[in-house]
Design a protein around this ligand. Structure first.
Ligand code: GLN
Length: 475
């Protein structure tokens, strides 16, 4: 299948006339026709004919030219609906393009769909959506993760070459782990968020999701950089990430924070994540155990500041200016608006919001300190295997707890690479994350690439036996 190939292989194949961009587009749409009914990854599928027309006339000016991609439905795309998976924005068509989308169009990539997600980014299972839950291609009775579940499931089931996701507290990393793909939560400010529907403005990041670290590097060098339309975008120059992947890992120290590997972590997930350290050690890296005692506060900081910011960001959806009224918010979103409004209200502001911001500052120091003792930190992404559909939604507290390992990085701003690191006995994917200092995407992608040269988990797809249903683990 062409879609098993890497971006570089596809770019080379197009140039050597081994296949055409039209072949690629057709393969994506054939897989969508075969599998999307079972997975529900898309909110909008763009017409095949439109994509084919673009493919026929594409000029090969960049490695992404002629490659079909998808984006989470929280990015504005003029002429195409943008819903954030909420009926509040059911028929909303933005009058302008998100910067990330514009950059990809300029590079010649071909958009084929807008993807299902937890509404407004509120969730970690892509069940809090008004368009029906996304199902995990590895076992369609289970969730794909979230909130960027649609993009992850689509890459995993070979419906697109790469995807753009958004990560406020794990939304790229969590579905990457549960769908067996690679995803990068970038440093705050590395990629413009102009035209991305805001969840929590001091946490939100835009990043690539793809099969491999090398693919993510190529997409990142296309989408990163300062943007006059986003005052939080960083002027730091963008390295050519894809040419910086070849350094060996032997002079690196991998930090393992004890607190991330304690009670509550599924033993199979723990074993698979710690095996990454072993593999890197065998490749010459040093391993250092260390302690991050503030770990326990990460979730509390996130779930005070995140809802506070979302209660402010969602105030614009009053049904007067655009979209439909507030009665279209789901229970999960209403819960977050209520928590945030409460944490910001007079009398409680000092006790909750301000306190959370103070502890956030301590947390920033803790990460800085930990990253002076090692080059990068190895952490789990999810405490469990992908839950059954419905399990997390029926227990809101459990739902928040599922974010325990992915919410501490966003308040800090540091980047984190999520990648496949093994499978459970029943054949479900497991992911690990490497967290580095601010703007260390080059380092993270370099280690990810080196790790993927040593292992083959990332090459496995739920389609390798030719039939999604056939892969369902026995109950
Ligand atoms: N699961 C987390 C939440 O519900 C993270 C979501 C995200 O990164 N958008 O807030």
């Amino acid at each position: 299948m062409l879609l098993d190939k890497s971006i570089l292989e596809l770019a080379a194949g197009l140039r050597q006339d081994e296949f055409t961009s039209v072949d690629l587009v057709n393969e994506c749409y054939d897989n969508i026709a075969k599998y999307n009914d079972k997975i529900n990854a898309f909110i909008t599928i763009l017409p095949r004919e439109t994509a084919i027309k673009q493919a026929q006339s594409v000029k090969l000016t960049s490695p992404l030219s002629g490659l079909p991609f998808v984006i989470k439905d929280c990015f504005n795309t003029s002429g195409i609906t943008t819903t954030a998976a909420s009926h509040v924005l059911k028929n909303y068509i933005a009058p302008y393009d998100a910067t990330v989308y514009k950059k990809l169009l300029t590079a010649g990539a071909i958009l084929i769909g807008k993807m299902n997600m937890d509404a407004w980014g509120h969730g970690g299972s892509s069940e809090n959506t008004d368009f029906g839950p996304v199902k995990n291609p590895w076992d369609t009775t289970r969730v794909a993760g979230g909130s960027s579940g649609g993009p992850a499931a689509a890459i995993s089931a070979r419906m697109a070459v790469f995807a753009i996701g958004e990560d406020t507290g794990g939304s790229i990393r969590n579905p990457a782990a549960w769908c067996n793909i690679t995803g990068l939560k970038v440093t705050y400010g590395r990629v413009s968020r102009y035209g991305s529907i805001a969840y929590a403005s001091s946490f939100d990041t835009v990043g690539p999701m793809a099969k491999t670290a090398q693919d993510c590097a190529i997409v990142l060098e296309t989408i990163a950089g300062v943007d006059p339309y986003d005052a939080t975008s960083s002027p730091i120059s963008v390295p050519s990430y894809s040419t910086l992947l070849n350094k060996k890992v032997s002079d690196l120290t991998i930090g393992i924070p004890d607190e991330f590997f304690q009670a509550g972590l599924d033993p199979e997930v723990k074993t698979a994540v710690l095996k990454v350290a072993e593999d890197l050690k065998n490749a010459g890296a040093k391993i250092k155990n260390l302690s991050m005692p503030l770990f326990d506060y990460g979730l509390a900081i996130y779930y005070l500041i995140g809802p506070s910011e979302t209660s402010s960001n969602l105030a614009r959806y009053d049904g007067i200016r655009y979209g439909q009224g507030r009665e279209f918010f789901t229970d999960e979103t209403t819960r977050r608006i209520l928590i945030g409004t409460y944490a910001l209200s007079a009398g409680y502001y000092d006790a909750y919001y301000k306190k959370a911001q103070q502890v956030r500052t301590l947390f920033i120091e803790e990460y800085k300190k930990a990253l002076t003792k090692c080059s990068v930190l190895l952490q789990p992404i999810t405490p469990t295997q992908p839950p059954k559909i419905g399990e997390l939604m029926s227990d809101p507290l459990q739902n928040f707890l599922a974010d325990i390992y992915t919410t501490s990085q966003n308040p800090i701003g540091v980047p984190s690479l999520a990648f496949p690191c093994g499978f459970t006995k029943t054949g479900l994917p497991i992911g690990a994350q490497l967290v580095g200092p601010m703007f260390s995407e080059d380092l993270l992608l370099n280690i990810g690439y080196q790790y993927q040269q040593l292992t083959d988990n990332h090459l496995k797809s739920p389609l390798s036996k030719g039939d999604l249903e056939g892969l369902k683990p026995k109950p």
